[in-house]
Ligand binder design. Structure first.
Ligand code: SF4
Length: 311
């Protein structure tokens, strides 16, 4: 369970919430903003209450790009201090990165920082054209495909999770067992430049390689749901269609019975390519992207360029 915001550190009862969740057997994680409220004392208190993981945002490889993206001077340096504190106190550290066309070339530099910080999980978020995302510059489906292949190329360096790009699971499956990946999946200009930049930033000590972690099999309403600050439940934080309120029904009841959540767990009824794709049960597409672009959460995901073999 991730307590997010806004900034969850604004809640004076946060330690109580963490202790309660822990006592109910939940693995509690926190997603704070980097502000003066994020202190070592509070981190220690929340860790003592049972919190296990903290996620911080890093959207640029340098102070100039991250501060510009966040619109706050100095937040890159403060994030570096906070990330080290999080590790020292004993949390697992997750770094969240939003990819836009303007910042995509920062990814290799961000990867370097992710590795230096001892990050447990790098969560790469593919922009949904909703809310603030409308103002930012999302990648095309072809560019997104290239970035997902690059992420898989480096997934033996750090565990990687994609948010709102479940077709990363399709890519992992397509690549499994393929010996000559570059022939099977020709390297386009974006992936070539990401590779070159990766080779440049990861000079020196050869980074420790590990078995790539299998991409997590969750999607909107399927293994995941979002509860907002007034108790409304959504399939995800980026799919603004409420399916109930925890003030009126229990969360498990909403999760099991809400019609939209049931539909989101039935990929055979999805529209277009997603509905006939051979990867629909493991991928299913970004339902938030489908909704943001078409107004229908069950429509084809326009951020994926894959043409199903069964089509
Ligand atoms: S077409 Fe849809 S289900 Fe198939 S890989 Fe792309 S997003 Fe996933």
């Amino acid at each position: 369970m991730v307590l997010t915001g806004g900034d969850p550190f604004e809640r004076p009862d946060l330690p109580e919430l963490v202790a309660h969740g822990t006592s109910r057997g939940l693995s509690m994680a926190l997603s704070p903003s980097v502000t003066p409220r994020l202190t070592r004392e509070v981190l220690v208190e929340l860790h003592d209450a049972g919190a296990k993981a903290v996620s911080l945002s890093l959207d640029g490889a340098s102070a100039a790009t991250h501060d510009a993206f966040r619109g706050v001077d100095g937040v890159f340096d403060d994030t570096m201090v906070a990330a080290r504190m999080v590790r020292e106190v004993g949390y697992r550290l997750q770094i969240n990165t939003t990819v836009t066309r303007d910042t995509v070339h920062e990814l290799p530099g961000i990867l370097k920082t992710v590795l230096e910080l001892g990050t447990t999980l790098w969560s790469v978020f593919f922009l949904v054209p909703t809310g603030r995302g409308k103002l930012l510059n999302a990648l095309t489906a072809g560019e997104e495909e290239e970035v997902l292949h690059w992420l898989h190329d480096v997934s033996d360096l750090v565990a990687i999770k994609t948010t709102e790009a479940p077709h990363y699971r399709r890519i992992a499956l397509q690549r499994a067992g393929v010996e000559d990946l570059d022939t099977a999946f020709p390297v386009g200009p974006l992936r070539a430049s990401l590779r070159e930049a990766t080779d440049q930033v990861l000079t020196g000590d050869e980074p420790r390689r590990r078995m790539p972690r299998a991409p997590i099999d969750v999607n909107s309403g399927r293994g995941f749901a979002f509860v907002d600050h007034v108790g409304l439940v959504y399939p995800s934080g980026f799919l603004p269609v409420s399916v109930g309120s925890v003030h009126e029904q229990s969360f498990p009841e909403i999760y099991r019975e809400a019609q939209l959540l049931q539909e989101l767990r039935t990929p055979d009824i999805f529209g277009g390519r997603c509905g006939r794709c051979e990867f629909r049960t493991v991928c299913g597409g970004s339902r938030s992207h489908a909704f943001a672009v078409t107004g229908d959460p069950l429509a084809e995901d326009p951020s994926c360029g894959y043409e199903p073999a069964t089509g």
